[in-house]
Ligand binder design. Structure first.
Ligand SMILES: [Zn+2]
Length: 145
């Protein structure tokens, strides 16, 4: 998925957490769901070192060390995993269990740069966020105006 798709996917699946956790926790999780694509910025092999369970665990441990919160470290782990799951749906194969397994997987449902899929997932994520946050109050206000 591209950046917009990942943002939408994480908004879609993490927004329900707004019922249980403060928005800062959910925004933290959404931000970390974008982290694996840092390999593009660092110019290391794409989807190798940052798109696997080991990286998710590393980020969880780092989160725990820096924030001293078991809950936030669990959220960090799940967020990175969400990114990996979203990318597994695309056509490009990669090893989600690296370095323990080199076996590459891909569900090949769509290309990661498929604009329609990325926009639709983003819109669904936005709707999910609006539903689970208090944004609907703002929409009521717009209707009133
Ligand atoms: Zn990615």
């Amino acid at each position: 998925m591209n950046r917009l798709g990942h943002l939408g996917f994480s908004l879609l699946l993490l927004s329900p957490l707004l019922k249980f956790f403060p928005i800062s926790y959910v925004l933290f999780a959404i931000a970390l769901a974008m982290l694996p694509d840092i390999d593009l910025v660092l110019r290391v092999k794409h989807r190798k070192y940052t798109h696997n369970v080991t990286f998710a665990l590393l980020i969880a441990v780092l989160s725990y060390v820096l924030l001293a919160s078991f809950l936030l470290s669990i959220l960090a782990f799940l967020s990175v995993l969400l990114h990996v799951i979203a990318d597994l749906m695309t056509k490009q194969k990669f090893a989600p269990l690296y370095p323990f397994s080199q076996k590459k997987y891909a569900l090949k449902l769509f290309r990661s740069d498929n604009k329609s899929v990325n926009y639709i997932v983003f819109l669904l994520g936005l709707i999910s966020f609006m539903h689970f946050s208090n944004v609907e109050v703002s929409l009521d206000l717009i209707r009133f105006i």
